[in-house]
Design a protein around this ligand. Structure first.
Ligand code: A2P
Length: 273
């Protein structure tokens, strides 16, 4: 539904839907911790996106709603859209978004875009997805896209969070891959999840930069070190993490790619607020 004057009957709906914005219905909501939740919404039939891209999301709670960029966590073939969000107590959008219920309306701008797309990388054998917090969302999309397995033989996904409970979304995601009727046979035996915490005590602690830097990442997994000849890297998370991982892979000879000029790594900020 994308009619400029459309109104819904949902209690949250007090303003008309702005022009050129989809109004979609929340299908389900899952709270992981007091800081993280995921939700699924109906998919506008005319929305086209590449796995790994983001859309702008808002709520119909103001004449000029606040929009924030959200990576689509579901793959491009899915007939619903999934998102993984932080909850910020005074965040302009997420203080309200965290209260959505099935049946509520969310707004979505009609264009998807982003840099974490397979076409921005040249072919190679191994793909490394490096994420912190909600930065795992675009990789949740790519891990469920058959094209990822067409392009790469092996996929390593790292997810680092402050606390153990924050790792659950990624653990469920990777565990569900092998049961997925479409992706199961592609993903079987080819996806490795490597996670760590930085604040709460857990079996593996430390920032991914430190784990790679010390070589523990490689020895834990029994794999050869990152090498631009054989590997590609996608990075998504907090600003500081992006900067540090970017510097790390550049020091190893990786070159940032784009759709116009595909190369060996891509970066995108996980959006907050
Ligand atoms: P830390 O707890 O040491 O700050 P946040 O929840 O703030 O978005 O952070 C998510 C994860 O990213 C945390 O585990 C955090 O570790 C980690 N992190 C923050 N900054 C960096 C960085 N510069 N390099 C690597 N990891 C980082």
């Amino acid at each position: 539904m994308n009619i400029a004057s459309a109104q819904t009957t949902v209690a949250q709906q007090t303003f008309p839907i702005p022009a050129n914005v989809y109004a979609e219905t929340v299908v389900s909501v899952k709270h992981y911790t007091d800081r993280l939740f995921s939700f699924r919404v109906t998919r506008p039939q005319t929305l086209r996106f590449r796995s790994g891209e983001f859309v702008m999301i808002g709520l119909p709670n103001a004449e000029k709603p606040v929009f924030r960029a959200y990576s689509v966590a579901s793959p491009a073939w899915d007939d619903e859209l999934e998102f993984f969000s932080i909850k910020v107590p005074d965040g302009p959008l997420t203080q309200h978004l965290q209260k959505i219920q099935p049946g509520d309306t969310i707004l979505m701008r009609q264009k998807a875009t982003g840099t974490l797309v397979l076409d921005a990388l040249t072919p190679a054998r191994r793909l490394f997805m490096i994420s912190t917090g909600t930065g795992i969302a675009p990789f949740a999309s790519l891990l469920r896209d058959p094209d990822t397995y067409e392009k790469f033989d092996e996929v390593f996904i790292t997810h680092t969070c402050r606390d153990v409970a924050e790792l659950a979304y990624g653990q469920e995601l990777v565990a569900s891959l092998t049961e997925d009727p479409l992706i199961g046979e592609f993903a079987a035996g080819r996806v490795t999840l490597y996670n760590s915490t930085t604040r709460e005590e857990s079996p593996r602690m430390g920032r991914i930069t430190a784990l790679i830097g010390s070589g523990k990442f490689y020895s834990d997994l029994g794999i050869a070190p990152l090498d631009p000849e054989t590997d590609r890297v996608m990075i998504c998370g907090s600003m500081h993490m992006l900067k540090d991982v970017k510097e790390l892979v550049e020091s190893l000879g990786f070159v940032e790619g784009s759709l116009a000029s595909p190369a060996s790594f891509v970066v995108e900020r996980a959006f907050v607020g």
